[in-house]
Design a protein around this ligand. Structure first.
Ligand code: C2E
Ligand code: CA
Ligand code: CA
Length: 729
């Protein structure tokens, strides 16, 4: 579809531009033309007026060529009609174009008369009527010897006027017939008179029209109504209106104007063309701009790695869909969180992590081609599900979990992650914030339920959330008062000894109402709310004091990833050791496998600093981090703690083989080994057989309080019966 601005650029801009320039050009030219035509029309009127008055003068002048002539005086007196006919009638008609001629006696009697033959020749009476007043007046002037108007070119006085002869307008001129030599004496007022008539219609019009290029020249009695015609009124000397000369005026301006029209048309066309070209250029640019704007917009709305909607875009879309949703639309939100993404990232590096995220996105899109899918965090995805009933959402969530549990093939590596999914359905006009919160809570529950599973939000979850909030609040309060956190110690024994060689410090939270809360619950909570450093510091302090109290034993502490990644950690450890006057090599810091191989700069630096100072390091829960042996070989630690899951299954061949491989590998590297979670004699015997250095587990001792530790060492024997098997922490 063509957009409004495109339409404007394509059609409207050239049209407006050419219309504007064309209009301006036409307007100016027309105005100039009309002005020129007005001037021309005025000139033509002046010219016609001049022609008429000249004609009037020339009729009188023509007359004098015959009337001021001795022969004429003589022949008139003699009444030589033939002569008169030749010289004063016929001759003047053929030579000057006079239409009628009359010779009158001093008494006013008709001596001779000539009327040219034509369709509407006047009658003698009409003729007489037209010249009599003029003849009378001239006779009077002649009697009075009036010489007004006589000059070098006008030889005799005369009377001339514009008047009607019958129905026709004409110049009627009367002159006396006088001697040209002055040799024939005539008494004043006794002269014969000569009348000449020249019609102003007919031939006269044709003549002047031809001579002066007047178009449609005509005489009308009444004022013509055609406004496009020019006209001048014809008036007698007394001011009587005779009629009008009118003609189509010469319009040089308009002719030029019309002549230039094609040129103007061409100009307008070229302007249209130019504007079209300009419009197209602008259009192209704006299309380019629009597409780069679209790209920018896409970038602003989408995650660059996966092309999925980003958090802001997802939230905006969710809000708008919820606002316009009907109850039957059954909107739902699913939060998808990869379970082991961090471990993969740490183990294989960020490029592999990025590829994994892209592949996860592809699987989600493949599973839900029409749904809005967003990536809202490193390994967190969101799905806007439409038209799903409660049970269907469960099926959908399960299919996502199942799909993401399948291994990913990345550059030859077989990567298994798995995902937890939390879902919430929009019921009863929930807004986006609440819906998101519910999905988040459901996700939290899915993770708490052991990961690789899904949970759909139910009201009971809110209760759990409230409990969690309370726990957070209580933990902060406890740490502020440095109360309720207790440190227990689980003894670790050399495989063949009844005397413990070391202790692992394990923290507990003795909640005044909820009782003893295990570290599996409150350590992740402390990490999340940022109080893990306080707990770490408490444990470190207690451990060092224990080391100071019992010079014959070593102590291990657990370091969380958050602690080990913070710049101040080594210094805190070393200064606490120094404070209690304890040799650093009596302290062992247990770090997780994924942390050990993470390659994270600060963590690596901290590990190096600690080791340089003499502090020993152990990899905890070894075997669960999916690290390959070759990678582990590059990490400089002192001990490997084999995860209890392998020990528990050591009766099985596979687990036994793994444990054996770990011990062999560790020995080859010169590392010590500790087996955790030893619960049975069979397990202990198997481990001794495999050559495991140290054993730790309920079979030997549960984690015990500081008081029990002191009692243990003063007894110098294995943990008291009470600490083995069932009792203890
Ligand atoms: P972990 O480091 O693997 O600690 C050993 C855990 O295994 C302890 O659980 C211990 O009670 C338990 N355990 C020992 N022997 C057996 C056995 O024979 N069978 C079984 N089933 N379990 C046994 P605990 O004390 O609940 O600690 C759980 C985890 O919490 C610890 O695992 C450790 O990762 C973390 N943790 C405990 N205290 C701290 C602490 O102060 N700081 C940090 N960062 N983490 C701690
Ligand atoms: Ca540990
Ligand atoms: Ca462990």
């Amino acid at each position: 579809m063509i957009s409004q601005s495109q339409w404007f650029l394509k059609w409207l801009l050239p049209t407006i531009a050419s219309a504007l320039v064309g209009g301006l050009l036409l307007g100016t030219l027309y105005w100039a033309a009309a002005n020129a035509d007005q001037v021309a029309a005025a000139r033509q009127k002046d010219l016609v007026t001049l022609i008429v008055s000249k004609m009037q003068a020339s009729v009188a002048h023509d007359q004098e060529s015959a009337t001021v002539w001795d022969d004429a005086v003589i022949k008139t007196k003699a009444g030589d009609l033939e002569w008169l006919g030749t010289n004063l009638g016929q001759w003047m008609n053929t030579y000057f174009g006079h239409d009628a001629a009359v010779v009158l006696s001093p008494e006013g009697l008709l001596i001779y008369q000539f009327i040219a033959v034509s369709d509407n020749a006047p009658s003698a009476d009409d003729l007489r009527e037209s010249y009599l007043p003029l003849a009378r007046r001239l006779r009077g002037r002649l009697s009075a010897a009036d010489q007004e108007g006589v000059s070098d070119t006008v030889l005799s006085i005369g009377q001339s006027d514009l008047t009607y002869v019958g129905q026709r307008p004409a110049i009627v001129s009367v002159k006396p017939i006088t001697s040209d030599t002055g040799e024939i004496e005539q008494r004043a007022g006794e002269e014969n008179l000569h009348v000449a008539v020249r019609f102003l219609d007919g031939d006269f019009l044709t003549e002047i029209a031809n001579e002066y290029q007047f178009a449609e020249m005509q005489f009308t009695v009444h004022e013509p109504q055609d406004k496009s015609h020019s006209q001048i009124p014809l008036k007698s000397a007394s001011g009587r209106l005779i009629g009008f000369f009118n003609w189509h005026p010469f319009e040089p301006g308009l002719s030029v104007f019309y002549a230039t029209l094609p040129v103007i048309g061409l100009s307008v066309l070229s302007i249209y063309g130019a504007a079209s070209l300009a419009g197209r250029a602008i259009r192209k640019r704006s299309v380019r701009l629009a597409s780069s704007r679209q790209e920018l917009q896409h970038l602003a709305l989408h995650d660059s790695l996966t092309g999925l909607a980003n958090r802001a875009h997802f939230e905006r879309e969710l809000t708008s869909r919820l606002e316009s949703a009907l109850p039957q639309d059954n909107l739902g939100v699913l939060f998808v969180d990869l379970d082991r993404f961090k471990a993969v990232n740490d183990t294989y590096g960020h490029p592999t992590g990025d590829k994994l995220i892209s592949l996860v996105a592809l699987r989600l899109v493949d599973l839900l081609p029409n749904a809005l899918i967003g990536r809202i965090g490193g390994d967190e995805f969101t799905v806007l599900a439409e038209s799903y009933e409660f049970q269907e959402v469960g099926i959908l969530a399960e299919s996502i979990v199942k799909r993401l549990r399948e291994p990913f093939d990345i550059d030859g590596a077989h990567v298994v992650v798995g995902a937890s999914v939390g879902a919430a359905l929009a019921t009863g006009g929930l807004d986006a914030v609440e819906l998101t919160r519910r999905a988040d809570i459901a996700l939290y529950h899915a993770k708490a339920a052991g990961r690789n599973t899904y949970a759909i939000f139910g009201d009971h979850m809110d209760d759990l959330l409230r409990k969690r909030r309370r726990l957070e609040h209580d933990l902060r309060a406890a740490l502020e008062r440095r109360a309720q956190i207790e440190i227990f110690y689980q003894p670790v024994y050399p495989a063949n000894s009844v005397l413990p060689c070391s202790l692992e410090a394990l923290s507990r939270w003795r909640h005044p109402e909820l009782g003893l809360i295990p570290p599996d619950v409150f350590i992740p909570l402390a990490e999340e709310i940022g109080v893990i450093h306080e707990i770490g510091a408490l444990v470190l302090e207690d451990a060092c004091s224990m080391l100071a109290d019992l010079p014959s034993i070593d102590v291990a502490i657990n370091a969380s990833a958050v602690e080990l990644g913070s710049p101040g950690y080594p210094l805190r450890v070393l200064s606490t050791l120094a404070k209690w006057g304890v040799e650093p090599n009596r302290l062992e810091v247990e770090i997780t496998e994924s942390l050990a191989v993470s390659g994270e700069e600060q963590t690596t630096r901290n590990v190096e600093m600690l080791r340089e100072a003499g502090v020993r390091l152990a990899i905890d829960d070894f075997g669960t981090g999916h690290s390959s042996f070759s990678r582990i070989q590059n990490i400089i630690v002192d001990r490997i703690k084999i995860d209890k899951s392998f020990i528990q299954d050591i009766a099985q061949r596979r687990s036994r083989a793994v444990v054996e491989a770990i011990i062999t590998m560790a020995r080859a590297q010169g590392l010590d080994t500790t087996a955790e979670g030893v619960e049975t004699d069979e397990q202990r015997d198997a481990l001794i057989l495999l050559g495991c250095d140290n054993l730790q587990g309920f079979l030997l001792s549960r984690p015990i309080s500081r008081g029990q530790v002191v009692a243990l060492f003063s007894a110098g024997i294995r943990a008291p019966e009470t600490a083995r098997g069932g009792i203890g922490y």
